[in-house]
Design a protein around this ligand. Structure first.
Ligand SMILES: Cc1ncc(COP(=O)(O)O)c(C=O)c1O
Length: 395
């Protein structure tokens, strides 16, 4: 049988943990009730499972269970937070602030609102991927209603100063939303200490199922009003109608529980694996680290490789490993990543980049294999590149 490539794309999604799957299975068959069925046992047992997962999520971020709304994932949570706040508060102000390096699930709803007449300020990032808090302070206007800054970046893993941003926003009575899709279960998140008013979460980045997420919406000090974006049966206190997907919610709760329990030891293990990878790759020379050298997710390593063609690099790596590159295919052409260009990387270095997303099931032996194959691929591509440039310029 063909050997499957080593999976190193854990920022894109993660394999589901067997323990999560085991917790979910009875809720597809045996406990299949609709949690909204309040008149019988089947509804009650489904509702009890949803309640337990909601409590797990709430306590993971120091919120109350009533402040957690289940959604289909972080994309929906981002849309609900941004459009929901904009619609509920447009008479107070129409100015929104975010950052150029955000995920498209943030940028696209913001541009959508811009087309409807809202004003948008997108802050730049510094060459290490962090925002300059002074620029944020200067960007705030009397009509600013929302600031949205992600907790951890999906491409370069950079951790933004969420607590500082939260304090700045709270002092000025502006709502603060954070997309924590990549951060949940990997770094401590505390909505009280960090003054977070809305937070997007998702299960499939932490070894849980796909298609389930949540939005934290602050209920007091201050209370955030939100205009629902899905209307129907009035589920989730009217903020997100639609029958709750009980097995996925149970899986989400289990995934959060495991991630929190193992966060400390896993952070240490991933830090060591990333170090093993980075130190060996860096010996090649002309390999550039994308993002801040210390303020990053433990398992994320994003590098740009000089002297190679990006597409050839990815093709060379593919037989042994599954990684992402710094380019995105749109319908018509391949474009360099907007995150890497925001750091000031040239198009060539943005194309010739690799995102290694190390996760729970990767081993040190796998990292050794990845190092060896990556080094030999880069060395042979550089030789090809050198002979091409010699052929075109022999003197
Ligand atoms: C930072 C960030 N936001 C939002 C999303 C979208 O999450 P979901 O797939 O749950 O809709 C992702 C996933 O790629 C992400 O990394």
């Amino acid at each position: 049988m063909l050997q499957r490539p080593i999976y190193l794309d854990n920022n894109a999604t993660t394999p589901m943990d067997e323990r999560v799957l085991a917790a979910m299975i009875p809720y597809f068959t045996e406990h299949f009730g609709n949690p909204a069925s309040i008149n019988h046992f089947y509804g009650w047992e489904a509702e009890a499972a949803v309640k337990k997962a909601r409590e797990t999520l709430a306590s993971a971020i120091n919120a109350t269970p009533e402040e957690i709304i289940f959604t289909s994932g972080a994309t929906e949570s981002d849309n609900l937070a941004i459009k929901g706040v904009a619609e509920a508060y447009f008479s107070k102000g129409r100015h929104l602030i975010s950052v150029v390096s955000e995920h498209n699930a943030i940028l696209d709803p913001l541009h959508y609102l811009e087309n409807l007449g809202f004003e948008l300020t997108l802050l730049p990032v510094q060459s290490d991927g962090l925002i300059d808090i002074n620029l944020l302070e200067k960007a705030i206007r009397p009509d600013t209603i929302l600031v949205s800054v992600m907790a951890a970046n999906n491409e370069i893993g950079v951790l933004q100063p969420i607590a500082e941003i939260g304090k700045l926003c709270r002092d000025r009575n502006i709502f603060f939303h954070t997309d924590a899709a990549q951060a949940l279960g990997k770094i401590p998140l505390n909505v009280e200490d960090m003054n977070i008013d809305l937070m997007s979460l998702t299960a499939h980045k932490i070894y849980g199922p796909k298609g389930i997420g949540a939005l934290y919406i602050r209920r007091r000090n201050p209370r955030v009003k939100l205009a629902p974006q899905l209307h129907g049966g009035g589920h989730e206190r009217g903020m997100r109608s639609g029958t709750l997907y009980t097995p996925q919610i149970v899986g989400f709760g289990e995934a959060v529980k495991l991630a929190l329990k193992e966060m400390k030891s896993e952070t240490k293990r991933l830090t060591n694996l990333r170090q093993q990878l980075w130190e060996k790759l860096a010996t090649l020379g002309e390999i550039y680290l994308n993002g801040h050298p210390t303020k990053h997710l433990a398992g994320n390593l994003n590098i740009s490789v000089a002297g190679v063609d990006g597409q050839a690099l990815l093709l060379g790596l593919q037989p042994l490993m599954a990684v992402s590159s710094g380019s995105a295919c749109t319908s018509t052409k391949i474009e360099p990543s907007h995150v890497l260009t925001a750091l000031g990387r040239s198009d060539a270095l943005a194309y010739a980049s690799i995102r290694f997303g190390i996760g729970r099931f990767n081993t040190s032996d796998e990292i050794d294999q990845v190092v060896e194959h990556t080094i030999s691929t880069i060395q042979s591509l550089r030789k090809v590149q050198q002979s091409k440039s010699f052929a075109s310029n022999p003197s």
